[in-house]
Design a protein around this ligand. Structure first.
Ligand SMILES: [Cu+2]
Length: 246
């Protein structure tokens, strides 16, 4: 784990970041994705790195401490020993046509676990989302597209599940009106060519129709990185991506 400086990010700067991310995801003219046969698709395999000083956030639970834990410093970017970034989002922008969306048997879930969001970062298609409370304390889960509320749900009971919906692509920041330090991110994709990096910083995007694309990599506390990528029929394209401090 990289050692970071004690930098507190204020909500205003997060809003600014969000606006940039939302622009990156939504700035292009609306173009609806169409599913079509992918013949001799290629893949994009890569690793995401962050080599700057990791910003830290001081967390001081002021209530429900038996569940929420003690004061602590947490990194705003999860960076491993080799500086690979966990939970970075990588996607192709403005894809007109390609593979099917992944099959799902149940809506994606955003869970409140020990006053954290699980997963903290996820990518979902536009549509249903289920908010869950696994804690024996009240959470009030509040999602925003930019500054506009996307959902605002009180979950007073352990085991409670409330269905909601994120109807359009974009970045959604999630916080909790009961615990001000809680923060999560949901990226609503406009096409199925996306991935979230694992603990090793690696990702893979498969079945990409051969051609030229713009790849975007983003982590909630870095600027989005855009780069051109060419996918060749039946071949993997290897990438190393370095995120930079905003
Ligand atoms: Cu909460």
């Amino acid at each position: 784990m990289s050692k970071g400086s004690a930098v507190s990010r204020k909500s205003i700067s997060l809003s600014a970041l969000l606006a940039i991310v939302a622009t990156a995801m939504l700035g292009a003219p609306a173009q609806s994705y169409e599913v079509g046969a992918v013949t001799d698709g290629g893949s994009i395999e890569g690793t995401v790195f962050f080599r700057d000083t990791v910003p830290m956030k001081k967390i001081i639970p002021t209530k429900d401490t038996a569940v929420c834990g003690d004061p602590r410093d947490e990194p705003l970017i999860r960076v491993g020993a080799d500086q690979a970034v966990e939970s970075a989002v990588v996607y192709l922008a403005e894809v007109a046509t390609g593979k099917e969306w992944p099959a799902v048997s149940a809506p994606p879930v955003l869970d409140n676990v020990k006053c954290r969001f699980e997963p903290q970062v996820q990518v979902i298609p536009a549509g249903p989302l289920e908010i869950v409370n696994s804690d024996p304390v009240l959470h009030n889960t509040h999602g925003y597209y930019g500054t506009r509320t996307a959902f605002n749900l009180a979950l007073p009971n352990e085991g409670q599940r409330i269905p909601t919906e994120l109807p359009r692509p974009g970045a959604v920041r999630v916080d909790c009106d009961a615990h001000g330090w809680m923060e999560g991110w949901i990226y609503v994709a406009d096409n199925p060519y996306y991935a979230v990096t694992g603990a090793d910083g690696k990702f893979s995007i498969t079945d990409v129709p051969p051609g030229d694309y713009t790849l975007v990599a983003v982590q909630p506390h870095t600027g989005p990185i855009e780069m051109p990528v060419t996918v060749t029929a039946g071949q993997p394209t290897a990438l190393e991506i370095e995120l930079k401090e905003q």
